[in-house]
Design a protein around this ligand. Structure first.
Ligand SMILES: Cc1ncc(COP(=O)(O)O)c(C=O)c1O
Length: 417
């Protein structure tokens, strides 16, 4: 009986928090199935209701009827920088510094090689040993091509390591949020330290854009990359983005010199000449259906300030952590309890984390598993409510108490975990 009262009290408090949230009502902008609590927006964002009509128009009218004329009539050519500016508004970048293009992996490759060329003669790049694997793979490959040596240093030790490397440092390249634990790093401090030795800083915003009040310009970032398909809700395989601070753009020589980044692409000139500004970060013909789907998806953020979104994100992850505590769920948190050190996810550790996640999914609570023992639950504050957070905590408790994760069907792994 006590537990039931606790549930009721928690739900009542959560519903009040939802009613008072500056983001109340934004959930209605998303098309989520009934009965699902979607805690995987840090992997694939939910479908914004604005997207299907736009994609339908792009397919049937712009493509089907207007055909090649749409490059000019519908400004397909300008879409990447137009949508880049829309992303820029969410990550504190003034217009003209972000372009939507390629994948995060490809953009990171451009950023690392571009940074090496902006800092010739310097031979070291620092990155996090616990980075998302593509960041490690790409940084190693780009560094090898650019003649740099990669040193893997945990972000908590990066400021000291930067001072130690001194003027040999070309670039400090870090994710602002650890993709597994959800720990938030102080990239402003890393950037200041890098600048103090004349180096550059690149921020990976995959787990920050759309949920944190990232301030690229004010934080002094030189370069940044991030995904379009997570909290920006651009859809599966949505194009990523790259930021090059305006002060570096004229000297930014990216290695993938495709014709879409050319100053005069329709001259069909035999030699490459980079376009002015951020346009030079483009490569080849972009996936327009996806670029325009992302543009429609970003309208869910209209009228919201990144500070309000960040506050709502912290409030809802806080509600989830408090509910776990209140319900007596005794699992170690991989995510810091300190809000100043927390991104927009809550990760829990369990020796059978994969099976626990499957048992939760069977109950309609969709999160994901990350090696080796992480139950990863992302809270996209535009569509995850406080009431969802409490109900999800109740499901976690019941899955653990009932040892549902021991059921054989929850041990079966698909290609994607
Ligand atoms: C931090 C980080 N960087 C990069 C990526 C992958 O980027 P992409 O698949 O767009 O190349 C991810 C994907 O989860 C990520 O979490």
């Amino acid at each position: 009986m006590t537990t039931v009262h606790t549930h009721d009290a928690l739900i009542a408090r959560a519903e009040q928090a939802d009613a008072e949230s500056p983001l109340r009502g934004t959930r209605d902008l998303f098309d989520l199935p009934d009965g699902v609590i979607y805690l995987d927006g840090n992997s694939l964002g939910a479908l914004p209701r604005a997207v299907p009509a736009v994609v339908n128009d792009v397919m049937h009218r712009q493509w089907g009827e207007r055909l090649i004329r749409s490059w000019n009539e519908s400004d397909w050519w300008g879409a990447q920088t137009r949508v880049g500016d829309a992303v820029g508004r969410l990550v504190g970048a003034a217009p003209g510094q972000v372009v939507v293009t390629d994948s995060t992996s490809v953009n990171l490759f451009k950023a690392v090689v571009g940074a090496a060329r902006l800092r010739p003669g310097r031979r070291v790049v620092l990155t996090d040993p616990d980075s998302f694997p593509t960041d490690l793979y790409i940084t190693e490959s780009a560094a090898a091509l650019a003649g740099l040596e990669v040193r893997r240093v945990n972000p908590r030790d990066a400021v000291a390591a930067i001072a130690e490397v001194g003027d040999a440092l070309a670039l400090a390249s870090y994710s602002s949020v650890d993709y597994r634990t959800g720990e938030l790093w102080d990239l402003r401090a890393v950037t200041e330290a890098a600048h103090a030795v004349g180096a550059l800083a690149c921020w990976d915003l995959c787990h920050s854009a759309g949920v944190l009040d990232v301030d690229l310009d004010a934080g002094g970032a030189d370069l940044a990359v991030g995904c379009g398909y997570k909290y920006l809700n651009g859809g599966p395989g949505a194009p990523a983005f790259i930021y090059v601070a305006r002060r570096h753009q004229d000297a930014f020589e990216q290695p993938l010199t495709g014709w879409n980044g050319h100053a005069r692409p329709f001259d069909m000139a035999p030699d490459y000449a980079p376009a002015p500004g951020i346009t030079r970060a483009r490569v080849g013909t972009p996936p327009l259906l996806s670029v325009l789907a992302l543009e429609a998806a970003l309208t869910a953020y209209d009228g919201l300030s990144p500070a309000d979104v960040r506050a709502a994100s912290l409030a809802v992850t806080g509600t989830f952590i408090d509910a776990l505590d209140g319900l007596g769920v005794d699992l170690p948190l991989a995510t810091p309890r300190d809000p100043a050190r927390r991104g927009s996810q809550v990760s829990l550790r369990h020796p059978q984390a994969f099976a626990v996640v499957q048992a939760l999914i069977a109950r309609g609570v969709i999160g994901d598993f990350r090696e080796p023992d992480i139950i990863r639950l992302g809270f996209a504050p535009l569509y995850v409510t406080h009431a969802d957070a409490v109900r999800a905590a109740v499901h976690v408790k019941e899955v653990l108490e009932g040892r549902e994760y021991e059921r054989p069907e929850f041990a079966e792994r698909g290609a994607v975990t």
